[in-house]
Design a protein around this ligand. Structure first.
Ligand code: HEM
Length: 489
């Protein structure tokens, strides 16, 4: 009885928050430059846990490491679901691990990922990652201005290799081209605005396709068909290689062998692996772009990082994973990159399975939970002058790497990113190898004047820097002959 009466009292004590507008709630109060900026401001007024509304949906924003860990880690049994969006089923995107509801299917997906990408398991991909990093260096040397595309290809080809043992061609690979085309249509169709409207008014979907304004429904059925193009070809590739006895080690090969290659299991393996390209091929290169931005704006950090590589690795070979423990400044720089501009600033929303009471507040069943990772990165007590890019934050006074990092960017609890070890290795090897051979500089205009700029970032779920002027210049003595020698090991 006491429990219920305290629960009822808590009912009247939903978390505090800004007053919502009629119908739309707080949706249009959010900063166009990134809703995380508004959330971080509101957290100063309303505290570590506050509530807003998107239409009639209750959204709880968590703004400190303490409350995020209390709820998403310690009570992960209640907070490992995802918000349901009408658009997910509408566009045939329910197969993706990332947006799947908590349950048995999702558990199988996680098992498939865990078997292949747990910290020790992911090490098997390191030699492939080194090869892809060498390919990246060649691409950067031949067309440095195209670095964004080179980063995309580097990350995407690692995911394809780890998932399917598929060695993508740098020249407009047909399988990657296909996946990207589908992802682009998905991105255009699956906007947060449309999701919010359809979530609030699902009855809109009940109108027949010919009804004016129901064009969304017609487009959706086309998209559902095309999503197959994303899943089938790479999966078929593995099956063919397996029957020919030539399959390379990969997540799909490993899962089909261990869990079975028929019926629903095979379907789940196909779905899990098809999630990886969209989950992993944008996040990794975006982080690399943030790092380039940091290098262009902080030449002193770049110089110190290069000095460390030169001293430890020398000029006759390239950095390798075995050098990692001997390069603490590079390690600190990578951690600071993740913190300086967390590329998924609001992480990916979780959802509460049941009513819960936290510090006297009711977190209602079905509420969307946003972990405001941006606010954690701006915690001035932990990271004084948080806007500054200071790798030293992660070093002791004697220059050793501290025991803390900013792996909060990879999420929380049972939903934590299963690709994080693969991503971490891709980031480290690419950054270390690139710094050994290239300088990043501010670009100069036709008169030799430096072009200054203010960094700006997209307000999207995965937030990348808007294009900025920069020059990528080979370091002294670096040319194609030298590179060929270095990578010919
Ligand atoms: C720098 C690179 C990456 C970042 C910052 C990142 C970040 C994230 C975040 C924030 C989540 C949500 C965690 C949560 O809900 O608490 C997530 C989930 C996920 N990530 Fe990553 N990720 C990266 C790379 C990758 C890669 C390379 C792969 C695949 C090989 C991958 C596969 C996934 C999958 C499948 C999920 C869904 C997990 C689930 O819902 O249970 N990610 N990632």
């Amino acid at each position: 009885l006491q429990y219920w009466s305290s629960k009822r009292q808590a009912h009247q004590r939903l978390p505090p928050g800004p007053r919502p507008y009629p119908i739309v709630g707080n949706l249009w109060q959010l900063d166009k430059a990134g809703s995380w900026l508004t959330y971080t401001e509101w957290s100063k007024q309303y505290g570590e846990v506050f509530m807003i509304r998107f239409f009639n949906k209750k959204v709880i924003v968590l703004n400190s490491e303490r409350v995020i860990k209390d709820l998403l880690d310690k009570r992960s049994f209640n907070y490992s679901d995802r918000p349901h969006h009408e658009t997910i089923g509408l566009f045939g995107l329910g197969f993706r691990t990332v947006f799947m509801p908590y349950g048995d299917k999702w558990r199988v997906h996680r098992r498939v990922y865990h078997q292949a990408l747990h910290p020790e398991g992911a090490k098997i991909y390191r030699s492939m990652q080194v090869e892809k990093a060498y390919q990246l260096l060649q691409n950067l040397l031949s067309s440095p201005d195209d670095y964004v595309n080179h980063f995309d290809f580097f990350s995407g080809s690692i995911v394809m290799s780890a998932m399917y043992g598929y060695n993508a061609s740098p020249d407009d690979d047909p399988i990657i081209r296909n996946i990207k085309r589908v992802m682009q249509s998905v991105g255009q169709a699956e906007t947060p605005e449309l999701a919010a409207v359809l979530d609030a008014y699902p009855s809109l979907l009940k109108f027949p396709s010919w009804f004016p304004g129901a064009g969304v429904k017609r487009g959706a059925s086309e998209l559902r068909d095309r999503v197959k193009d994303m899943k089938e070809p790479p999966f078929e590739y593995v099956l063919k290689q397996m029957s020919a006895g030539t399959a390379e080690h990969s997540l799909v090969f490993q899962a089909l062998t261990r869990l079975g290659d028929t019926g629903e299991t095979a379907q789940m393996i196909k779905d899990a692996s098809a999630t990886a390209y969209s989950a992993g091929s944008e996040t990794t290169p975006t982080t690399m772009q943030v790092w380039v931005l940091a290098m262009v704006l902080h030449p002193e950090v770049q110089a110190r990082a290069q000095a460390e590589i030169d001293a430890v690795v020398g000029h006759d070979r390239l950095p390798d994973f075995s050098d990692r423990p001997s390069l603490p400044y590079i390690e600190a720089m990578l951690r600071e990159t993740l913190r300086w501009h967390p590329i998924v600033p609001m992480s990916i929303s979780h959802s509460a399975l049941e009513d819960d009471i936290y510090e006297g507040m009711l977190i209602p069943k079905g509420a969307t939970i946003i972990p405001n990772v941006w606010a954690l990165s701006r915690n001035e007590e932990k990271y004084p002058s948080p806007e500054r890019f200071l790798p030293e934050r992660f070093l002791t006074e004697t220059g050793e790497i501290k025991d803390e990092n900013f792996d909060l960017v990879f999420g929380f609890g049972r939903r934590i990113c299963p690709g994080r070890h693969l991503a971490d290795a891709s980031l480290w090897i690419s950054i270390a190898c690139i710094l050994a051979l290239f300088n990043f500089e501010k670009r100069k205009d036709a008169f030799g004047n430096i072009i200054d700029f203010e960094p700006k970032y997209t307000p999207t779920l995965a937030s990348r820097p808007y294009p900025f002027p920069c020059s990528i210049v080979p370091r002294d003595g670096v040319n194609s002959e030298k590179l060929s020698k270095l990578i010919d090991v």
